[in-house]
Design a protein around this ligand. Structure first.
Ligand SMILES: [Fe+2]
Length: 201
């Protein structure tokens, strides 16, 4: 497997500030690049959490909220078809399509230990904090007969301490990311449970 380190820290063109894919373009890209429904759901869940966080916690305006949402929606767009070049391919695609550099930097920041890009902005730090935790909480919901209904923060915390459960989810990354933001792990878990449960495939 080739290294996924991007060996870059600057992404996109500042002249493209404010440019985003339309919802139709973003959804078309998702359908074309991500046949796997479960992965698409994960990306929609991260998008819903990011958008909600921007609006509720950061007081974001419409454009800013859409940036957070689009970064969440597209962050794993190349994972299924280009696993060895994950992140590089979607980043280059969004640069070609003149997408806002903050969105591209955010996508590049979602796995600092893998892509070698340090999260800088609030949006960067939140995608890092939300991404793994969102997948983990979804895994917690899947083993419950009632899914998200009644899923409690303390049961998610307990499973985080169980190394064998969803073992591929890096607890280290979650802890490091939460250390970068102004929110406790408990608060973030509660936020994610609340906001991603309504996402549908
Ligand atoms: Fe992800």
């Amino acid at each position: 497997m080739s290294s996924r380190n991007l060996n870059r820290s600057v992404f996109g063109d500042p002249a493209n500030a404010g440019n985003l894919l339309s919802d139709e373009e973003a959804n078309a890209l998702l359908l074309e690049w991500v046949p796997n429904e479960k992965l698409r759901l994960h990306m929609k869940q991260v998008a819903a959490n990011m958008k909600a966080w921007a609006i509720e916690k950061e007081g974001a305006d419409d454009l800013t909220a859409r940036k957070w949402e689009q970064a969440g929606l597209l962050h794993d767009a190349d994972w299924e078809k280009y696993p060895d070049d994950h992140c590089r391919v979607i980043i280059e695609e969004l640069e070609k399509r003149n997408v806002d550099p903050e969105v591209i930097h955010c996508i590049a920041s979602h796995g600092p230990s893998v892509f070698g890009v340090t999260p800088v902005s609030k949006m960067d730090k939140m995608i890092y904090a939300i991404d793994e935790l969102s997948g983990f909480i979804h895994a917690c919901s899947l083993i419950r007969p009632t899914g998200y209904e009644g899923l409690e923060v303390k049961s998610v915390l307990k499973r985080l301490k169980t190394a064998a459960f969803a073992a591929q989810v890096s607890r280290e990354d979650i802890n490091e990311a939460v250390g970068m933001i102004d929110c406790t792990l408990e608060e973030l878990i509660a936020f994610v449970i609340e906001h991603q449960k309504r996402c549908e495939m």
